[in-house]
Design a protein around this ligand. Structure first.
Ligand SMILES: [Zn+2]
Length: 229
């Protein structure tokens, strides 16, 4: 079976790794992660499929919010500060993915779209996937209003525990639970989906938070790589 390395980052990233990552580029990393791919994230539902060998510096992966590949020794990286990092693997097919999902991407369906790209373009099967939903702003801290609530009600009216109204036109959103529902609805068995409940806004000791700090002070890196068979 193919082995996989993955991590959800905190405020502290190993310096050699941090120095190697360049937004929107394919770069050379330390020996443990020879090739690193990072997108310029734009809160879209755009998925980039890397289905042939990639080398540092050879091309620019550009803009988008999800990366999938069947190539070994390529670290797929996403950056988040309150948004949700999602990592996935189909061990049988040798396919991995990394997704950056804020409310806009999540409501737009970037996660199901990424699973679909893995199936249609790389031969993965949803029944074989393992998916991990990483640290993000929690239900405790994520108040949203009409621009989020309206599409949510239109597309996902029945999902339990995703949204709770507080005052007129406002409410708390559990972004991780929304994504969890989407993954199950895509056909991934429930016991193969993990959800880390850490809240980036509550846990100042571990994470940067856009909501807490009012600006982007820093981001956490999350990554996944096929190590080969
Ligand atoms: Zn919180």
């Amino acid at each position: 079976m193919i082995s996989v390395r993955h991590f959800f980052g905190t405020r502290q990233l190993p310096a050699e790794l941090e120095a190697s990552i360049q937004i929107g580029a394919i770069t050379m990393g330390p020996s443990t992660f020879p090739t690193i791919v990072s997108l310029k994230q734009i809160h879209s539902t755009r998925v980039t499929v890397l289905d042939r060998p990639v080398m540092p510096g050879e091309l620019t992966p550009g803009e988008g919010d999800a990366l999938v590949t069947n190539q070994p020794h390529v670290l797929l990286v996403v950056r988040t500060a309150d948004c949700v990092p999602v990592l996935l693997v189909d061990h049988d097919a040798g396919v991995i993915g990394a997704i950056h999902a804020g409310w806009r991407g999540a409501v737009g369906g970037i996660v199901p779209k990424t699973l679909q790209a893995c199936v249609e373009q790389l031969g993965a099967e949803v029944a074989h996937m393992q998916v991990a939903i990483g640290p993000s702003i929690g239900f405790c801290c994520y108040e949203v209003d009409a621009p989020v609530i309206e599409p949510l009600h239109t597309h996902y009216p029945d999902w339990v525990g995703v949204f709770q109204e507080t005052t007129a036109g406002k409410g708390m959103l559990d972004l991780k639970k929304l994504i969890w529902h989407q993954i199950l609805a895509s056909g991934v068995p429930e016991h193969q989906v993990e959800r880390l409940e850490h809240c980036t806004r509550c846990r100042e000791d571990l994470f940067f938070s856009y909501r807490r700090e009012g600006k982007v002070n820093g981001t956490m890196m999350s990554g996944i790589m096929l190590s080969g068979s």
